[in-house]
Design a protein around this ligand. Sequence first.
Ligand code: FAD
Length: 138
Amino acid sequence: MKLVRLVYFSQASRSMSLSDLRDILETARSNNDEIAVCGMLCFENQFFLQALEGDREAVNELYLDIADDPRHEEATIISYDEVESPTFAKWQMGYAGGSESFYELLRKNGQTEFDPEQMSQTQALSFLMDMAAFQTDI
Ligand code: FAD
């Protein structure tokens, strides 16, 4: 089995309510559990930034489904790597939104507004890894 990590960002196609985000996370967590995919999702300022980790085929198929989802658009892959072991193994799908820690970390990355388009692949991954420790319960 080849283990991969895919990181992408996208823009919400409409404004996202708490219940929209809950729906996405509920589906993600139950589906990812079945296909042994884990990861981390951030949402703020209409941008999604997500890492998906798991078996190569499972991640590829899932990404195609996600990219096709009308709730967001312009999904753009930032990085795609083979990994030895998953970084986000504890979470079927972790989640962080615009908390105080979120903005503190953004400022450390030189941003005042969340805009993953401006992040390098190293910045995007380390942002997701750092935010995994400061998740938002919704
Ligand atoms: P269904 O739920 O029947 O979906 C059928 C179609 O309708 C799909 O194209 C789906 O995208 C779309 N759809 C579903 N709900 C809505 C809605 N409320 N409004 C508009 N269209 C809708 N799924 C995962 O399994 N794992 C993830 O990690 C994951 N991450 C996601 C991250 C983001 C940013 C978004 C927007 C979605 C994510 N999803 C994730 C959901 C994913 O896109 C699919 O909805 C999910 O895989 C189920 O699709 P389905 O075709 O099996 O079934």
